[in-house]
Design a protein around this ligand. Structure first.
Ligand SMILES: Cc1cc2nc3c(=O)[nH]c(=O)nc-3n(C[C@H](O)[C@H](O)[C@H](O)COP(=O)(O)OP(=O)(O)OC[C@H]3O[C@@H](n4cnc5c(N)ncnc54)[C@H](O)[C@@H]3O)c2cc1C
Length: 562
């Protein structure tokens, strides 16, 4: 009688036990937990004795009597809505993981669907294993540079590299981080459901088995996969993407890397440390596009010219036939005519990534993907249909194309949850730093110089720039790593930092100070009074802030102004 009453009334339910709050603060009365709940177990069968009415709308008050003790107690059912979950997240990459953790921290009942491995690209096929390979590469390069070591007073006679051990280091780290991520989800009470999932509506998700799960809000976090241009045949052995390059199954003598963005560049660092000769194929007029042009030029000198690397710019890889050797055909980027044919040992295709947004059920919402598959979202991470947002549907991470970086995905996940909770939140993408973990590293945040110039002319302010060099930094010199520079771009009048670009040892760590400054709209003139530890690399940025201050003082005291 008790059961049928509660179920037929469909009060889904979180119930508050008014009688013994201390010991048993709540009892669930939904289908699953009714029988197992503390008060309605078989050993403590209770009978419904009265239904005095509602506390408020949808909060029925039920009175039970324990069969054993004959004690009567009251239960107030709080209607938590008609959904299985508050939030359902499709994709357990770093974006989905960030969203899930923030959701449970805010008391939202959360589930996450993952078709493959927890951790997604970053943990299994991206940031984590690539940084492990780069860590080995840095040491190999350093130990093979005898002259460099001798000037530090170190003499190394011979070094050998165990390829399998290097590969195992990367795979082992990925496995460990994947496990940690999975454990953190479970420990915090996120229901992890290992299945492909797609939307049936903005409240219902369908699993591969056909089972459906409902949630008040749905977050899409399906990430991205390598983009392979037409004509390139991937065999995962001699012609491969970063997915397989990370396995380091063999070390080719000569590899063509198609694309000189940060992924191609990082792999050139790994392969060149292992003795591989490299040919870059780049569609744009210059190598290392996407970075500030001045920094690109320094990177070109340090990471390309000083290594066994040659390149073809304004060139498209239009055909790659796997084999030994691989037959690679290049075409002129402008005329599209065949310009060169190469026979190389291997081809790594690093031509960017495409959103993994097929079969998500987007068609039922009438959403039109943009720029080759990205899901259009507004600044609140809500999925857009034309100019209108779709209620209860969000998209974060690589799939929305706003900024294809792990930490950006994670922050967008946090932001989506804030918006789900009704706190209007917008991610400041300009303050999100990016890094390329070559040796030396490249890192930046905010606007490049051409972008800053454009913004200055649009908004009518004067742009100023300050530069500092690693060769003037004691710590860098102590490390015998004096190559590189840092530059800041700022509004001359207000001092607001607009962009910061660093190439040099530990640039990826140094950039954080500038990222925080951009997030806080700090003035470089104020930053020049912040004390930096001596001797540290952080003094390189300190020097740019001090240079900015000196320039402003000299403007103030210049005779022309008197
Ligand atoms: C070689 C390489 C190096 C990189 N290095 C860095 C770096 O150093 N720093 C950095 O910030 N970024 C780096 N990145 C980029 C970074 O990995 C991505 O930006 C990040 O992983 C995006 O996270 P995400 O959660 O959006 O998607 P993903 O990590 O791609 O995760 C999406 C997940 O969703 C799952 N999924 C997809 N569709 C479904 C479905 N329908 N149902 C269930 N599950 C589904 C997928 O299986 C996947 O696990 C690197 C990338 C690569 C390839």
């Amino acid at each position: 009688m008790v059961y049928s009453f509660v179920e037929s009334a469909s009060w889904s339910t979180f119930c508050h036990h008014t009688d013994c709050l201390q010991k048993h603060p709540c009892v669930l009365l939904n289908k699953q937990s009714l029988h197992g709940s503390k008060f309605l177990t078989k050993t403590r069968i209770s009978t419904l004795v009265a239904f005095p009415g509602f506390k408020t709308e949808n909060t029925p008050i039920l009175q039970f009597r324990s069969k054993k003790t004959q004690r009567q107690f009251t239960v107030v059912c709080e209607d938590k809505g008609k959904f299985d979950y508050d939030v359902a997240i499709i994709g357990a990459g770093v974006g989905g993981h960030g969203a899930a953790l923030h959701a449970v921290a805010n008391g939202l009942k959360t589930c996450i669907f993952e078709a493959h491995e927890i951790g997604g690209t970053c943990v299994n096929r991206g940031c984590v294993p690539s940084k492990a390979l780069l860590s080995s590469a840095r040491r190999i390069r350093e130990l093979r540079d005898r002259q460099h070591l001798r000037s530090l007073g170190v003499d190394v006679t011979d070094i050998s590299v165990d390829r399998q051990a290097v590969a195992d280091h990367a795979q082992g780290l990925a496995n460990r981080v994947q496990k940690n991520l999975g454990n953190s989800l479970k420990a915090l009470g996120v229901d992890v459901i290992h299945s492909r999932a797609k939307c049936k509506s903005s409240h219902v998700v369908e699993l591969a088995s056909g089972e459906t799960i409902s949630a008040k809000d749905i977050i899409l976090a399906p990430g991205s996969v390598p983009f392979v241009p037409r004509g390139i045949e991937i065999d995962n052995k001699t012609v491969f993407t970063s997915d397989d390059a990370l396995k380091l199954e063999w070390i080719p003598s000569w590899i063509a890397i198609v694309g000189s963005g940060y992924i191609g560049l990082e792999f050139s660092d790994v392969y060149s440390s292992l003795g591989t000769e490299i040919t870059f194929v780049e569609a744009l007029p210059n190598l290392i596009p996407g970075f500030d042009p001045e920094i690109s030029r320094v990177a070109h000198r340090l990471l390309v010219q000083s290594r066994p690397i040659d390149y073809y710019t304004r060139s498209l890889a239009t055909k790659a036939v796997p084999g030994k050797p691989v037959h690679l055909v290049l075409s002129d980027a402008d005329t599209k005519m065949t310009s060169r044919e190469l026979q190389v040992d291997a081809v790594l295709v690093a031509t960017g990534r495409k959103p993994n947004t097929e079969n998500l059920g987007l068609e039922i919402f009438g959403v039109e993907v943009v720029r080759g598959g990205f899901i259009p979202t507004n600044e609140y991470m809500q999925v857009m249909r034309g100019n209108e947002s779709i209620p209860h549907l969000y998209c974060i991470g690589d799939a929305n194309g706003k900024m294809m970086l792990a930490h950006a995905a994670s922050m967008q996940g946090i932001s989506a949850i804030e918006n789900i909770m009704g706190n209007r939140h917008v991610v400041n993408h300009r303050s999100i730093p990016a890094a390329c973990f070559t040796h030396p590293e490249i890192a930046y945040v905010g606007l490049t110089e051409p972008q800053a110039k454009e913004e200055a002319s649009q908004h009518g302010f004067k742009l100023e720039k300050s530069v500092a060099y690693f060769r003037a930094n004691s710590k860098a010199l102590a490390e015998m790593e004096g190559e590189g520079m840092a530059k800041i771009l700022y509004n001359e009048q207000t001092g607001e930092l607009l962009g910061c670009h660093v190439i040099g040892i530990h640039a990826s760590d140094l950039i954080q100070e500038a990222a925080n400054a951009i997030a806080n709209h700090s003035s470089v003139y104020d930053l020049s009074y912040c004390v930096h530890t001596h001797p540290t690399l952080s003094e390189v940025l300190d020097e740019t802030f001090k240079d900015a201050k000196r320039k402003s003082l000299s403007r103030k005291h210049s005779p022309s102004r008197i």
